[in-house]
Design a protein around this ligand. Structure first.
Ligand code: AMP
Length: 172
């Protein structure tokens, strides 16, 4: 039986800016039973898609992505803020629920035809996920799934991922 992951998600009003209700997953990550159950649920969905790689965006995508990749026996690729990766990169810029941002991955991170699951902690407007999906495809990878712990359904980020195999563990 799965745990109710909502019990370890905290709402933080007006963070990082006024009007945003930030979904804080740190209590979930800090709880060994809830963290393990989260990774198990993510892996149950991802495993049949037979990914070679999991791609996670800085920074919370690293926490879930590294654990998920290990659980699946897949490799992990970090998508990082500009200037952090040491070798040649490709970049995507996108609008956030609050502000804009860019992400980079190493140009040689995805072998042509590699099967990739894109993962993030929260799906808000879908800008981040859309940008990461485009980076994978630019490098010749196949996006076999797009996966989130939390989906903020009222922001309709799902629409920006139309056509992709998509899943979220909890919805608000
Ligand atoms: P978006 O590109 O709008 O889908 O935003 C997704 C990224 O911003 C994710 O990496 C989230 O970690 C973060 N994010 C956006 N809105 C929230 C929120 N309300 N609570 C927590 N994280 C958020």
């Amino acid at each position: 039986m799965s745990l109710d992951l909502r019990e370890r998600v905290r709402d933080v009003p007006d963070f990082p800016t006024e009007g945003i209700i930030f979904k804080d997953l740190m209590p979930l990550i800090a709880d060994r039973e809830y963290f393990a159950d989260t990774i198990r649920q993510l892996a149950d969905w991802a495993r049949p898609r037979e990914p070679d790689l999991v791609l996670g965006a800085e920074a919370r995508g690293f926490i879930f992505g590294g654990a998920l990749a290990y659980e699946l026996g897949a490799g992990f690729i970090p998508a990082r803020k500009p200037g952090k990766l040491p070798r040649e990169t490709v970049e995507a810029t996108y609008a956030l629920e609050y502000g804009t941002d860019s992400l980079q991955v190493h140009r040689d991170a995805v072998a042509a035809g590699a099967r990739v699951v894109v993962l993030d902690d929260v799906l808000a407007t879908g800008g981040t996920a859309r940008a990461t999906v485009e980076l994978v495809e630019k490098l010749g990878g196949i996006v076999v799934g797009v996966l989130f712990v939390i989906e903020l359904t009222f922001l309709e980020g799902r629409e920006r991922l139309a056509g992709y195999d998509f899943h979220s563990l909890i919805q608000y």
